[in-house]
Ligand binder design. Structure first.
Ligand code: ATP
Length: 200
């Protein structure tokens, strides 16, 4: 490898299989970091909690000195201006912590990034893997996992980047419309391909 650390984002729509793909990549021994995990950890930081309460007020407080994540999500969900304000606080904090943790890692390093295109964060990464999956399967899995109605799921999907418009020639794409055993093989082959590219 010429570079010591190749940053690779794994992205895709809600329920496309980002976490599933990242778990399989981790099982192959590669370091994987998750924006969602780091976002959850931010709520343990006093400075972050203070900033959120200062921005959104006591209505998102949990009454125990912390922030109620469900209330916060409800507060920003149907108001794009508020969502932008929340993202302006959380996204820089997430990326800076994630890259700090990955600093010492050598070779291919993977990052699960749900809002890569929405936030215009493509340039932060050397490579991008887009996970796609049949819409009906995504809706079915989210229904089961999160107990949402079809309309609620569609609303969430419509708010996201339209992955059908992705320029697939520019990125690596994993079509997650297969058994997990097949997905494992697809990922194994992709790791070989990317490793080869950076070994030349
Ligand atoms: P989110 O955006 O909501 O975090 P995600 O893109 O990370 O979702 P996953 O959590 O990986 O998606 O997958 C959504 C659901 O679909 C999970 O319950 C997962 O187990 C299941 N799933 C993903 N891929 C497959 C597959 N190839 N075969 C069977 N089930 C799958």
């Amino acid at each position: 490898m010429k570079q010591s650390n190749i940053k690779i984002a794994v992205t895709g729509g809600i329920g496309s299989g980002k976490s599933t793909v990242c778990n399989l990549i981790a099982k192959l021994g590669y370091p994987v970091y998750s924006c969602d995990e780091i976002y959850a950890e931010l709520f343990d930081s006093g400075a972050f909690l203070k900033e959120i309460i200062a921005e959104f007020g006591d209505k998102v407080a949990d009454g125990k000195g912390g922030v109620d994540r469900k209330k916060l999500a409800a507060e920003v969900f149907s108001d794009d201006g508020k969502l932008d304000r929340l993202n302006a606080i959380t996204h820089p904090a997430i990326f800076s912590e994630m890259f700090r943790r990955a600093e010492e890692r050598k070779g291919l390093v993977f990052f699960e990034v749900p809002v890569l295109f929405e936030g215009g964060y493509q340039k932060l990464f050397d490579e991008i893997i887009v996970v796609t999956r049949d819409m009906a399967d995504r809706v079915e899995c989210i229904k089961k996992r999160d107990g949402l109605s079809y309309d609620e799921i569609k609303e969430r999907i419509n708010k996201q980047h339209n992955y059908d418009l992705c320029d697939f020639t520019q990125y690596y794409v994993i079509h997650n419309d297969c058994e997990l055993s097949v997905l494992r093989d697809i990922i194994g082959n992709l790791m070989l391909k990317i490793t080869k590219k950076y070994s030349q």
